[in-house]
Design a protein around this ligand. Structure first.
Ligand SMILES: [Zn+2]
Length: 338
């Protein structure tokens, strides 16, 4: 009798240990908090959900095995500064209260509160390279604090912004945080209207810019520990933006990285949530005042993802080289006067 009890106890113990070991193994998922050394945020002004309607082969190849949504929620006022402000600070427009006019004409330092992710990155990494490339310089001017030693580079056209980024990465720079604002899609909407052929053409071109930036990050070996984010600030209507229509308040959001799950981001995801994603991936605790949230299920196991570079035809490649040559001449003159 005693012997059979001890056998029974041994069996229970054995099963207990085995199931504990199993549970322990299944709980041992990859911890993405602080797993990334570099974060790239590519902002495409006014692009809204346009890539859902036009050919966007670069967006497709980069985010097909990652996380994305074409219609993440913007702030309720669908204007640039209001939204870039929230994307970078993780608080609602009502809280930071930036508008275009203010940001074009004022600068601020980190004592003014509602700080951007650059502020938290600088606190955590005092010697890190932090950089922001703008076509519309109001973000570098009025949103990103001027006392953080952020390398702020302003270029007046998207091709110049992209060429400058390619040169910057090819020169061996490895930024901890890079923000980019491309403006040509919004510019096309303001010139020709939101649903015009020219607007959609500009969105297709911006997909090409996205591809060039991604390929510069990848070919310089940075994607192994980089998080690559693309986000728009707002969409457009026939005659501008600023209101609450579905078209204006839907904006693309894509997140790519080796521990990002392949998923459609949930329908309540906000563009503002970019702030939480950036802080989490760099291992920075999110301050309590921020109302951005880390999308549920965004991160999972780490497994190396390879994204094939975009294949250009021989003629396109040749035209690209010629245009790079001339863009570099202009970039050279910009750099003299920087
Ligand atoms: Zn805008």
């Amino acid at each position: 009798m005693k012997k059979s009890i001890s056998v029974l106890l041994s069996v229970i113990l054995l099963f207990g240990c085995a199931s504990f070991a199993y549970a322990d193994e299944s709980a041992d998922t990859f911890n993405s908090f602080g797993a990334y050394k570099h974060v790239f945020i590519i902002g495409v002004d006014g692009c809204g959900a346009a890539w859902e309607k036009v050919d966007s082969p670069n967006f497709d190849r980069i985010f097909a095995d990652n996380a994305y949504r074409y219609n993440a929620h913007t702030e309720y006022i669908t204007v640039s500064a209001q939204n870039w402000g929230s994307i970078l600070t993780g608080v609602a427009y009502d809280v930071h209260k930036f508008d275009n006019g203010w940001c074009e004409n004022n600068e601020r330092d980190s004592s003014s509160g509602n700080n951007t992710v650059f502020y938290y990155a600088r606190n955590q990494f005092p010697d890190a390279e932090l950089v922001s490339f703008n076509n519309w310089s109001a973000i570098n001017h009025g949103i990103i604090e001027n006392d953080l030693n952020v390398n702020k580079i302003n270029r007046g056209t998207d091709p110049l912004v992209v060429q400058s980024i390619v040169n910057y990465l090819n020169s061996g720079n490895e930024p901890t945080l890079m923000f980019v604002q491309l403006d040509s899609v919004d510019h096309a909407a303001h010139t020709y209207g939101g649903f015009s052929d020219q607007y959609y053409k500009a969105a297709e071109k911006a997909d090409g810019y996205l591809g060039k930036i991604y390929d510069a990050v990848a070919t310089n070996g940075l994607m192994k520990d980089s998080l690559f984010i693309v986000v728009a600030d707002h969409g457009e209507t026939v005659d501008g933006h600023g209101g609450q229509t579905v078209e204006e308040s839907s904006a693309v959001l894509g997140v790519a990285g080796d521990s990002v799950n392949k998923m459609l981001l949930s329908e309540d995801v906000k563009t503002r949530d970019v702030a939480s994603i950036v802080l989490y991936s760099l291992g920075i605790e999110q301050p309590e005042h921020m109302t951005s949230v880390l999308p549920e299920g965004l991160f999972g196991e780490k497994s190396e993802k390879t994204v094939e570079p975009y294949k250009t035809g021989l003629l396109d490649g040749l035209l690209d080289s010629i245009s790079s040559f001339f863009l570099n001449i202009v970039v050279f003159f910009y750099s003299i006067f920087d």
